[in-house]
Design a protein around this ligand. Structure first.
Ligand SMILES: [Zn+2]
Length: 204
């Protein structure tokens, strides 16, 4: 980041940190930083506390790897006996779980991979929670695995890879129906489209 005599170091540091966030360019980063400088002392303090708590008070669920409260492992979905344990929906990111929950049409369980296969970015199978998924399929009473990775090159490659890994386990493997925005993240699909894609899922 360019440094500038008119910018105190502490200000530049926050601008640099904001700039590393997805979707935030240098201009937005400066705007956010100076916004926080202008306000009373409370807002920056509250923001700083929220940031510290983000990691301290959350963890990955040891079953599905979704984000959960540090005190709540397994997460509320995994712990809910009313959810269908024969059905597991595999997604790339925690935000995808939220998107699917919003449809209110899904009552099974989840598995969060934390990414998708991407040779370009150096993401291989061992970087994702795929081995953990295989173990779950072996040990839990799962009858159907819904591969709800994004409709993108990486998402499709990930779905194909997992399908091969699970082929010998005798579970039904399905993929979300077409109609979802190609290249778009699942989290941006509207509820109706996503609900329809889930309902109309096809066997792979
Ligand atoms: Zn869980």
């Amino acid at each position: 980041m360019s440094n500038n005599l008119a910018t105190p170091q502490a200000v530049q540091r926050l601008i640099d940190e904001f700039s590393r966030l997805p979707g935030i360019g240098p201009k937005s980063a400066s705007r956010l930083t100076y916004f926080l400088l202008r306000g009373d002392g409370q807002q920056p303090r509250a923001l700083a506390e929220a940031l510290l708590q983000l990691k301290d008070q959350t963890r990955f669920c040891s079953v599905c790897f979704n984000i959960t409260d540090a005190q709540a492992d397994p997460c509320p979905v995994c712990a809910d006996a009313a959810r269908n344990s024969n059905l597991i929906c595999v997604v790339e990111e925690p935000l995808d779980v939220i998107a699917i929950e919003r449809t209110r049409g899904y009552k099974g369980r989840y598995h969060v991979l934390h990414g998708a296969l991407s040779p370009v970015e150096g993401v291989g199978p061992e970087d994702l929670k795929i081995r953990e998924l295989t173990t779950r399929v072996k040990t839990e009473p799962i009858r159907e695995v819904i591969l709800a990775t994004n409709i993108s090159l990486e998402g499709e490659a990930t779905a194909m890879y997992i399908q091969k890994q699970l082929a010998s386990f005798g579970v039904k493997i399905t993929r979300l129906a077409r109609g979802l925005p190609v290249g778009g993240d699942l989290e941006y699909a509207d509820e109706t489209t996503l609900a329809r894609a889930l309902e109309g899922r096809n066997e792979m």
